[in-house]
Write a protein that binds this ligand. Structure first.
Ligand code: PRP
Length: 212
């Protein structure tokens, strides 16, 4: 099922508020990204395929389930790195394939500088991890790369998105699924999400914050 899912949950709303706050320091910011990524991943993985399996408990044999699909986590460097550990914690068998993209400061267009994706054997389901979806250019570049790899099902997990970026992704890749904590209305003249949270990469890695 394709579409945009803005996940409504009181814990998401509260953690997101702290994430937005400019006074939240980098260590807490990382913890909040971690929590929100877990909550988003819980929602985004509800339709993963499983098959029955029998286990022997200390008392009896019983039926359970196990995943049948190869899951790939695709963090977009840098900021997406902060979402890897919490999602791997939920899906320990997932594979992690890194993609490096940054936005050119002048044009706001994505520049690809690293790809660890192999040429063959695409995963069954790819989860793109990136805290921010602004113009959508970076995600469209990532989706194009995953389509070329041959991934049949792609889900994007972003903490904050701008309406403009969501529309671009929906129109360019109508089969994709977008899971977000919140969709903000605007981009400023530097293509930062407003109200947003500033520059996620800088706040995660405690580097210069020039989002103002
Ligand atoms: C940010 C963010 C996304 C991208 C979103 O990365 O993490 O990857 O910008 O913008 P877009 O939707 O307009 O393409 P950034 O370029 O700041 O790189 P970083 O993660 O290294 O900080």
């Amino acid at each position: 099922m394709s579409g945009v899912f803005e996940v409504q949950h009181p814990l998401i709303a509260c953690h997101l508020t702290r994430l937005r706050d400019e006074s939240t320091p980098s260590p807490e910011f990382r913890q909040l990204v971690n929590r929100l990524a877990s909550l988003l991943a819980y929602e985004a993985t509800k339709d993963l395929h499983t098959e029955p399996v029998t286990v022997q408990t200390p008392l009896a044999r019983t039926e359970g389930r196990r995943l049948t699909q190869r899951i790939g986590l695709i963090p977009i460097l840098r900021a997406g790195l902060a979402m890897v550990d919490p999602v791997l914690e939920l899906i320990p068998s997932a594979e992690v394939w890194h993609l490096g993209l940054y936005r050119d400061e002048e044009t706001a267009k994505p520049v690809k500088y690293y790809s660890k994706l192999p040429a063959e054997r695409p995963v069954d389901v790819a989860l793109i991890l990136d805290p921010m979806l602004a113009t959508g250019g970076s995600v469209v570049a990532a989706l194009t790369t995953l389509r070329d790899w041959g991934v049949p099902h792609v889900k994007l997990l972003s903490l904050i998105a701008a309406e403009e970026g969501v529309k671009l992704v929906e129109s360019t890749f109508p089969d994709s699924q977008i899971y977000v904590c919140h969709i903000d209305p605007d981009l400023n003249d530097r293509k930062f999400i407003v109200p947003g949270l500033g520059d996620a990469g800088d706040r995660i890695f405690n580097t210069v914050n020039d989002a103002g």
